[in-house]
Design a protein around this ligand. Structure first.
Ligand SMILES: [Zn+2]
Ligand SMILES: [Zn+2]
Length: 114
């Protein structure tokens, strides 16, 4: 896996992320997951793919006999950012990053970006 980002390889601007299907932008970090096909993934998107949805991190998703996966109303890119923020935030003890945090519309367009 080769990492790209501002201080590493230059991001493949305009190429489509394999998870969210949005183009890679200047300044984005990510990885080429498959070294042979050079498919780019945003850093948040490969994290969402690896650690699962917000619901999965909380243990309330379908594979834990629950029904909750991603917070409603978010784009695929935003839900990846939510999982990334939640995963990283939980490692740093940010207890305010709970399910309700991501369901609050005030945060969907700001802290998560678009
Ligand atoms: Zn993406
Ligand atoms: Zn799950």
């Amino acid at each position: 896996m080769k990492h790209f980002g501002p201080t590493l390889l230059s991001p493949p601007v305009g190429e489509i992320c394999q998870w969210c299907e949005e183009p890679i932008a200047e300044g984005d970090r990510g990885v080429f997951y498959n070294d042979f096909e050079n498919q780019p993934w945003h850093e948040e998107c490969i994290t969402r793919f690896t650690v699962g949805s917000v619901g999965h991190i909380l243990g309330i998703c379908y594979c834990h006999n629950g029904t909750y996966e991603d917070p409603p109303g978010l784009t695929r890119r935003q839900s990846a950012k939510a999982a990334y923020l939640f995963w990283v935030g939980s490692m740093f003890g940010r207890g305010e990053l709970n399910k309700e945090f991501f369901e609050n519309e005030r945060f969907s367009g700001q802290e998560l970006g678009t």
